[in-house]
Write a protein of this length. Structure first.
Length: 458
């Protein structure tokens, strides 16, 4: 049975203070400026800094942002905490796992970055080798991703470059050579055990290994690593890994639909501020006429209705609908009285009575006609007059749309028919000039009946 030790409160507090003191004694706080001065004094040898009396056996606490970018430093040994950001870009530092960084770490071009990239490369090579061994992208087994990779290989072959591409015959030959090499090695062991001269076998082994290495140095479809986390706009993107001639090269591949969509995605950003990318004459050729006319229509419909005297002369005005209705009634009444006049011959035989009635009717007709003649427009344009005038003004705008826009201070860039402009650019410049900043080229490749567009983009 273990013995229970009881501590008094004062003893416990004493122990706690002692632990805190020992913890504090493990660290020495240094400002970033002081640390850089000390490193400079030690010829940027972190190990040398830890040997200085004030830092020996202690961890260094940097009290702010530490920036050693591009300095001839290979290690930050002794540093345990950085109270801010840490920038080790373009240095030889390959390990900071022992440093607790409060802020952000920047390590581009450092040893840490190179190790990380090498690890990623090895993972890519392992994945490629697995696909190669499983024959994943052979014509017999290939899926869409494999067909795209094969399209890139054909693109490289068609480019007449000096890149040696491994053929199916080369792969079959490689299998034969590897088997032959195994048999030679076994034979060489047997000769050595029996004390026979194996010089000729050594020569065969060397020749076979050279041929194997020559085939392995050739590029095949499995040197293309699909970029799964990102593509080239709407196209697929592949990176070359494991081939000295094209290491790191990037290729984009897609169907015609995907390539055209990619062009539109690329150009879409440019049309946020088209005046920065396109000439004035190009923009003038792609004005969205309907949008501009709608703008002027809204203006003229209001202005013509509110200021008719600006747009109409006295002779332009028409009778109101009520006046037109009254005029029609008067004309109808005149027609009826004229018909009565014509029938007087058959109704009245007395000449004097006929003359009196005729004059009386004529007098009434003249009175009715006088009412018609005295009718005048009320000075307000009808809706039809307004509509006709607006259409007349819009026809003039349409004929001289650029001049109108400039006179009215309209920014042409804000009234572009983007669909028309993009279509024009694609038709005139082509996919390569739009998307391919590497060399502007592209090629069409057919793989088992599927048509792909391929370009090198990096």
């Amino acid at each position: 049975m273990s013995k229970i030790i009881k501590l008094s409160e004062s003893t416990l507090n004493k122990l706690v203070r002692q632990v805190i003191k020992e913890e504090e004694n493990e660290w020495v706080k240094v400002s970033p400026e002081q640390y850089l001065e000390i490193m400079k004094y030690a010829s940027y040898n972190a190990k040398g800094v830890t040997m200085l009396p004030q830092y020996r056996g202690k961890k260094i606490w940097i009290t702010g942002k530490l920036d050693v970018k591009a300095l001839p430093i290979k290690s930050l040994e002794g540093v345990g905490y950085v109270e801010g950001d840490l920038d080790i870009s373009n240095t030889g530092i390959s390990d900071i796992s022992f440093i607790d960084v409060k802020g952000r770490v920047s390590d581009y071009g450092s040893g840490v970055d190179r190790i990380r990239r090498q690890k990623i490369r090895q993972e890519k090579l392992a994945g490629a080798q697995s696909r190669r061994e499983d024959n994943e992208w052979s014509p017999e087994n290939s899926d869409d991703e494999g067909n795209r990779a094969r399209a890139i290989i054909e693109f490289i072959e068609n480019s007449r470059s000096s890149i040696k591409i491994r053929t199916e015959e080369d792969s079959n030959r490689l299998v034969e050579l590897e088997r032959y090499l195994e048999s030679l090695i076994e034979k060489q062991k047997q000769y050595d055990e029996e004390g026979k001269d194996s010089e000729g076998i050594y020569a065969d082994i060397e020749t076979t290994e050279d041929e194997i290495n020559e085939i392995n140095d050739m590029m095949d479809v499995y040197n293309l690593i699909p970029q799964e986390r990102y593509g080239f706009y709407s196209m697929s993107q592949f990176e070359v890994v494991g081939n000295d001639d094209l290491e790191g090269a990037e290729f984009a591949v897609g169907t015609e639909y995907e390539v055209e969509k990619s062009c539109r995605e690329y150009l879409d950003d440019q049309f946020d501020s088209p005046e920065d990318y396109f000439s004035e004459s190009f923009l003038e050729n792609h004005i969205d006429e309907d949008e501009v006319l709608d703008y002027f229509r809204d203006h003229y419909e209001y202005d013509v209705a509110e200021n008719p005297d600006v747009y109409f002369n006295e002779g332009d005005f028409e009778l109101s609908q009520e006046q037109e209705e009254k005029k029609s009634k008067l004309e109808q009444e005149i027609a009826e009285y004229e018909e009565r006049q014509e029938n007087l011959d058959s109704e009245i035989e007395e000449p004097e009575e006929y003359s009196r009635m005729y004059d009386q009717i004529q007098e009434h007709i003249d009175s009715l006609q006088e009412q018609i003649d005295d009718m005048e427009p009320d000075g307000e344009p009808s809706q039809d007059m307004i509509d006709d005038k607006v259409e007349e003004l819009l026809r003039d705008v349409k004929r001289n749309i650029v001049d109108y826009m400039k006179d009215w201070g309209m920014n042409i860039a804000n009234y572009i028919n983007k669909e028309s402009a993009v279509e024009d650019i694609i038709n005139s410049d082509g996919y390569g000039q739009i998307l391919n900043g590497y060399d502007g080229n592209y090629d069409e490749v057919d793989v088992d009946g599927d048509n792909f567009i391929v370009m090198r983009v990096g």
